[in-house]
Design a protein around this ligand. Structure first.
Ligand code: MG
Length: 370
């Protein structure tokens, strides 16, 4: 577990986004209270965390910092269904009762839900206070914690309300990933595979080999996954911080995935699982457009299945339901539906001129394994 070993192999990456620049520290057994103290100068910190992290790490974390800071915390129940405005208000009530001011620091200590929600709260509480991301899941370390997007869900739309608000720093200790259960680990692999598909064919084929060898959870591979995904994300975020252009490719599989999540009321699938089904639909659509081959689609499906991810649309979602739901996607402009598709493995394109009949066909053929 973290907190016991001295830091090893620290990677320090700086994100430049507009006026913001901040450090992302990555390493195995990286946690060090001195590192935290060098970044956080306020007297009071408030930790937002979840039940999983509370069970394994919260006490040790607080013990390592309690001599230096006044500390309070809030524990979220697990899952996307609690990533709501209501929960934001509930935590804000605690902050107000305990007199947290703008020079206090919020700490998002947990998975993607914790990071998105705490980041959103930090961006609006008294018009903004600093926050630190300490992501503990593979999803959070490889996607959510880098890039400054915050948000909460609405019953009608995933991440319907949110802000761009960068943390003061991000501390990623890959040792946290050792305690993830298999389902949570697979959940994270989904977006990791997505990075390979949209940006880096070599990375995709390397992932394929470690997934088929069952070595994805080995420490050397974990470190390589987290560091490489952060490097890919950094390059995209620095190019298009506000998501007006190329950053949209990171949403490969998400138009369908978010629709699947909201249609199942955030209860049936973890985010990465819904995205896996979404990527499968987007791959099939790319194949129907003649960009990638049937064999390539099948190869990706096999990798997703080997990673214990779902690739089939559940029967409870009809083609019409999904067609209607994807029209609410945030990536759409007023007049056009945008899709993130693959030109080839390792190369994504954003396209707004896709015949809806083909989209329908791609959805229809995604109820089966092949
Ligand atoms: Mg995602």
């Amino acid at each position: 577990v973290p907190f016991q070993t001295a830091q090893v192999e620290k990677i320090n990456m700086t994100i430049e986004a507009g006026k913001n620049h901040y450090s992302v520290y990555i390493g195995h057994h990286l946690w060090d209270s001195l590192l935290f103290q060098s970044e956080v100068k306020s007297k009071k910190i408030f930790i937002v965390t979840d039940e999983m992290v509370e069970k394994f790490y919260l006490k040790k974390f607080i013990d390592s910092l309690k001599d230096k800071y006044e500390i309070n915390y809030f524990v979220l129940p697990p899952g996307e269904s609690f990533k709501t405005v209501l929960m934001v208000e509930k935590i804000a009530t605690r902050l107000l009762e305990l007199n947290y001011s703008r020079d206090s620091t919020l700490v998002a200590f947990g998975g993607g839900v914790v990071g998105d929600l705490a980041g959103f709260l930090a961006s609006i509480y008294k018009r903004g206070l600093s926050y630190v991301q300490i992501p503990t899941t593979l999803v959070a370390q490889t996607t959510a914690a880098v890039g400054g997007k915050t948000g909460v869900n609405h019953a009608l739309l995933k991440n319907a309300m949110g802000t761009f608000y960068h943390p003061q720093c991000v501390i990623m200790d890959t040792a946290f990933l050792m305690s993830l259960d298999d389902r949570q680990f697979s959940n994270g692999l989904s977006e990791v595979i997505g990075y390979g598909l949209i940006l880096d064919a070599d990375f995709f084929y390397w992932l394929k080999s470690i997934i088929f060898d069952n070595t994805a959870r080995e420490i050397q591979n974990l470190k390589k996954i987290v560091f490489h995904c952060c490097r890919l994300k950094k390059s995209i975020v620095e190019e298009d911080e506000q998501d007006n252009g190329r950053r949209a490719i990171l949403n490969f599989g998400h138009t369908f995935g978010h629709a699947i999540e909201s249609l199942t009321h955030y209860q049936s699938f973890l985010h990465g699982e819904a995205v896996a089904i979404g990527m499968r639909i987007a791959l099939t659509l790319s194949q129907l457009l003649g960009w990638i081959s049937v064999e390539e689609v099948q190869l990706v499906i096999d990798v997703l299945l080997k990673a214990n991810l779902p690739v089939q649309l559940p029967q409870s979602i009809t083609v019409n339901d999904l067609m209607t739901a994807i029209q609410k996607d945030k990536k759409n402009n007023e007049n056009e539906q945008r899709f993130i598709l693959l030109k080839s493995i390792g190369e994504a394109i954003i396209s707004s001129r896709i015949p809806l009949e083909l989209v329908r066909n791609a959805i229809e053929s995604s109820y089966s394994f092949r």
